[in-house]
Design a protein around this ligand. Structure first.
Ligand code: DAH
Length: 354
């Protein structure tokens, strides 16, 4: 049973509830309590009206409908006033750009190696790879470093365990040993052994030395070897090509200096320097006050090397170079500890161009 007074009381109760609702969640609770389809007060009221005496039904029905409309409108107004249609401060702002997954990127040494490859590829060089496990012949002997050469010393070279050593009464040195290549220069031999001139190659890759870890040494690092052989190739070609390469790698205004040096597999040999990137040649801590930074070793291929691979040294000449990728990276990006390249700390790696 219901009557007009009960409907009025329901209106009063709603107004009290609405007044004490403060959050949008409270408002939703009030809405459910009164307008909920099942168990809401209005739904209950409508059922009672339906079962009222036929004579009272029209009036009660009108009052009940008015109340329902007023409740709905009051709730809507409160919601708009409270800004409940706008997202609250802690809601997700769907208009913000997405946060994007952080993609992996190339390691700075890989990116630099690829940059070097690109520069030489444009000049017509082919990029080769070769074995890191090498034999003494390719790493030393054929490069004019005979058995008693100091570079072969156990101090510098990592030899692999020798399976024949135990059986050989006279010791491990009477047959060729296997080692981890100490430089990429063996790739000169490997390529010329299997290819006739002309030759234009670079060979990047890992090399290994018996060095203890410190700020400038790691037992594994990376080099790029270069070799060009043909008829009438001169030192001017070497200078022009390396100068063009270094100016593209560093800066178009880079100064390049060639200084006489010695390597067993080149004659003459030259160390190549660039004007210090940090003091503009004035002299600073990085260039040890000289104004120059040593970048690579190079020279005209030694006749003994051509003889080892069966090239006629009377007919062919050529030049070669070898450069350390870590050294270039340290100078180019001013990194003062080589070990940082191998620690895979994202705070370090993220600072490099991908
Ligand atoms: N192999 C030398 C090194 O490991 C670098 C080098 C010097 C390579 C002169 C060459 C060269 O091809 O001609 O330090």
């Amino acid at each position: 049973m219901t009557d007009a007074r009960a409907i009025d009381e329901l209106r009063t109760r709603f107004q009290t509830d609405l007044a004490s609702a403060s959050t949008s969640r409270d408002l939703q609770t009030v809405r459910d309590r009164y307008l909920g389809r099942k168990g809401g007060a209005i739904a209950g009221l409508m059922k009672q009206v339906a079962s009222a005496a036929p004579a009272d039904r029209p009036t009660l029905g009108r009052l009940a409908n008015e109340l329902k409309r007023d409740i709905d409108q009051a709730l809507r107004e409160r919601r708009t006033a409270a800004g409940a249609d706008r997202p609250s401060a802690d809601a997700i702002d769907v208009t913000l750009p997405g946060r994007g997954a952080a993609p992996g990127r190339r390691h700075p040494l890989t990116a630099l190696r690829e940059q070097i490859e690109t520069i030489f590829a444009r000049m017509g060089f082919t990029v080769l790879e070769g074995p890191e496990v090498e034999d003494e012949y390719h790493n030393f002997e054929a490069l004019n470093m005979p058995a008693d050469h100091p570079a072969r010393d156990m101090q510098d070279t990592l030899y692999l365990a020798d399976p024949l050593a135990a059986e050989t009464a006279s010791g491990p040195h009477d047959h060729p040993r296997t080692l981890l290549r100490t430089h990429t220069s063996g790739m000169q031999i490997r390529h010329m052994e299997t290819h006739a001139p002309p030759v234009r190659i670079i060979a990047p890759g890992r090399v290994y030395r018996r060095d203890n870890l410190d700020v400038t040494h790691t037992p594994m690092f990376h080099q790029v070897e270069g070799l060009l052989v043909g008829e009438g190739v001169t030192m001017a070609d070497l200078k022009g090509t390396l100068e063009a390469f270094l100016r593209e790698l560093f800066d178009p205004d880079t100064k390049v200096m060639f200084r006489p040096s010695f390597f067993p597999y080149t004659e003459p040999s030259a160390e190549v320097f660039i004007g210090c990137l940090f003091c503009d040649g004035k002299g600073c801590g990085v260039c040890k006050k000289t104004g120059w930074l040593e970048i690579l070793g190079s020279g005209m291929v030694h006749a003994a090397v051509f003889e080892a691979v069966g090239y006629d040294p009377e007919r062919y000449t050529g030049w070669a170079f070898g450069l350390g990728i870590e050294r270039v990276a340290m100078l180019k990006y001013r990194v003062d500890d080589i070990r940082l390249f191998y620690e895979n700390d994202l705070r370090f790696l993220e600072q490099f161009p991908a």
